[in-house]
Design a protein around this ligand. Structure first.
Ligand code: HEC
Length: 97
């Protein structure tokens, strides 16, 4: 992705995902806030947790499309292209791209 596409992916991430997964992808967005937020389940720490850093992009796509436990599906909010772009953004932040 070029810089413009990455910026767009960041925008989509911040609107749809950051509230739980955090603007820094640390799993500590405003809905969680170290457990003080209103959300009942700790969001995945997408950066800094080996489990999610090793997670294949296809598995991320599946979970974003169909949901995973308490995380709902984002299939109606994000087009498949946007889902892949957000995953590339996550992988970039993980230092994997
Ligand atoms: C309302 C809170 C919330 C929002 C918004 C949210 N997530 Fe999640 N997400 C979670 C929780 C909680 C988990 C942990 C699910 C589990 O393993 O029990 C999770 C897990 C994940 C995982 C790991 C999936 C797996 O297979 O283990 C990925 C990747 C992910 N989220 C990406 C995203 C992306 C990208 C978005 C935005 C499109 C997003 N999430 C929006 C709460 C949220």
């Amino acid at each position: 992705m070029n810089a413009d596409q990455l910026k767009e992916a960041e925008r989509v991430y911040l609107i749809n995902c950051g509230i739980c997964h955090g603007a820094k992808l640390d799993g500590n967005g405003p809905l969680w806030k170290d457990g003080d937020g209103p959300y009942p389940s700790k969001p995945a720490q997408l950066v800094g947790d080996a489990k999610y850093e090793a997670m294949p992009e296809g598995q991320m796509f599946y979970s974003i499309t169909y949901g995973k436990n308490l995380m709902g599906s984002y299939a109606s909010q994000l087009t498949p292209k946007q889902r892949w772009e957000v995953i590339t953004y996550i992988k970039t932040k993980q230092g994997k791209k």
